[in-house]
Every structure is written in C-alpha cells, then in structure tokens.
Design a protein around this ligand. Sequence first.
Ligand code: HEM
Length: 329
Amino acid sequence: MPTPVSWWRYLLVTAILVLFAGAFYIAAFGLPSAQVDAQDFVDLQQGSNPHEGFRRAHAKGFCIAGDFVSSGALAQYSNAPMFAATTTPLLGRISIAGNNPLAPDLKAPVRSLALSIATSSTEVWRTAMNTPPVMAVRNPQDFYQQLQALGNGTIQQFFAEHPESAAFRAWAADYQQTSSFATEVYNSINAFYLINDVGTQQAVRWQAVPRAAADHEIPAEFAGSDDALQNEFAARLAADPVIFDLVFTLAEPGDDEADPTVLWPDARQQIVAGQLVIRDMTPQADGACNAINFDPMVLPTGMAATADKILRARSAAYAESYRRRAREQ
Ligand code: HEM
C-alpha cells in the first residue's frame, strides 16, 4: 500500500512528464488552435432559423444540363476519361451565395457554378466554382472566423488582422458584377492535381470563362425582380446555348498549390480543355441537381486533391448540409 508521501511523489513525477510532453508537442506542432468541424460550419452557415430542405449555403439556385465538349488538349496531363477528345453530358447548378432560397439575385456578392461530369457511375468529376479567384484565408478555422466576422459586422477588422487576405481584397476592390450568370468567370480557387498515364502529377486550377461578352447593366425588364438573374438566364437560354471555355492554369515549381489565398503569376501556361455547353435549365426542386452533392473531392481517375486543408473542410461540410436537407425533403 503506497504511503501518502509516495503518492505525492507519484503525482509530481506525472505532472512533470505531462508538462514535458506538452512542451514537446507545442515545439513540434505549434499551439493547438480551436478546431471547427462540419457541424460547426453548417450550424453557422444555416443560422438560427434554417430553411428546411435547402442547401445550407448557396441555397438559391437552379439546375442546368448540357455537355462538356472536350478538345483532348488536357489528355497529356490527365487520363480522366472526360478529358479525352470526347463529349460528356453535364449536370450542374448555378447559384448565389447565402442561406436564403428566396434572396434577391442582385444583392448577392458571390455567384457560383457547380458541375458534375460523369462518364460512368465511378468516373465522376464534381466541381463547385465561385466568382472570386482566391480565398481570404487559408485554413478552415480562419474561414469559420471570417464567416463570424461577416455576420457580426467586424469583417474590416478581420481583414486587417489577416494580411493573407490581400489578394482577395485587391480582387474585390476591382470586381464589378456583370448583368448575367452567363457572363461571369467562375474559379475553382483550390488547386488539384492532374495525373497522366505515367503517373506524372501537375498542379492546376481551373476557370469557366464565358464566351458571351460581359456588360454591367441589367436590362430593365429583369431588374425589378428578386429573380432577375434567373429570368435573364432563362431568356438567354431560350435563344441559344450558354457556352463557357474550361480553362486550366498549370502551376510551376515553387507555386503553392495548398494555399488558396495566393494567386499564381499571370504568366503561367493556360490550356483550354474544352467547352461547357449549357442547353437546359430547371427549377432546383424538381431538377436533377437537387440530388447532387457538388463535393469538390469527388474526382475521377487522373485527378487528385492537393494538401489544401480547405478542400477537406468543404467536403465534410457539404456532406453535412446534404444530410440535413435530405432528411427534411
Ligand atoms: C471551408 C470552406 C468552405 C465551406 C465550409 C463551405 C461550405 C459550403 C456548404 C455547407 C455548402 C452547401 C452544400 C450543399 O448542401 O450541397 C456549400 C456550397 C457551395 N460552395 Fe462552399 N464552402 C467553402 C468554400 C468554398 C469555396 C472555396 C468555393 C469555391 C471554390 C465554394 C463554392 C461553393 C459552391 C459553388 C456551392 C454550391 C454548390 C451547389 O450548387 O450545390 N465553397 N459550401
């Protein structure tokens, strides 16, 4: 039976060991930051009064369908079947950021294009792209705080404390929204790898670049409606398909592929992989996109995720948002 003195010794030695282990951890990995998980993100994004049955972010949108007409120009970098010289059907969704499925189109600061391009049930490429080319922050914890700051009116202070937001702020200062979903440039923001037959890995980002010329004056016939951009897109599509070039930018050694706050230099090589040809649109409630989770980690053979931490956080949050709305529908 240990005496009271030996108990004290035992506790003292244990406390010293714990202190050493803690010091070692901090030296090796830095101070642990508060982790946020998918539940935290979706709780914050949906707000206190969730719109049941809807996506918890980018809640307002509509489904689109058409084709990805690949030129084959990317085939030397990736053996993804949709990058061969072939045409693959696409399903997608055009949306505005925010949790309100009835929000006025013209007030949304971010517009989005999501795609699902599948050559079989296992070879599927999903991407969800936004109008900004970079993020303001580079890790999920900071993105969570950015969303909090947007909500409580302290975003300018947040930016001042996050110098890595410089590229995002510079873009935002110059950016002018166009008068149509069909004339915006949509960006992957996060980088991915293309992988070819011999296993060579090439880091890339991509953009959907509109074929139609942009202007910034919304026609009067649409301007008064909360659904101005949806109505404009419908009128445009009734006349002609809406076409985007799918443009890939190739990183060079030294470009950081895991940091979504940094733009790569303008001089980087670009390859037009083909055209996104949008022929149809349907309301999301009864459209094919309703059942799709545009998880950016759903990738075919010949593509892989980089180490960008935001990608994992997105994947987990989109799944949580999907689970919530699927339960409610
Ligand atoms: C940690 C960072 C991010 C989080 C936590 C987050 C969270 C979410 C959530 C919860 C949804 C709803 C998903 C659903 O129910 O289907 C969503 C949708 C979306 N997000 Fe993000 N997001 C993040 C970053 C980004 C970035 C960097 C982009 C652009 C490259 C992006 C583009 C989109 C788009 C386009 C949609 C709508 C997809 C659709 O039409 O279904 N997000 N996001």
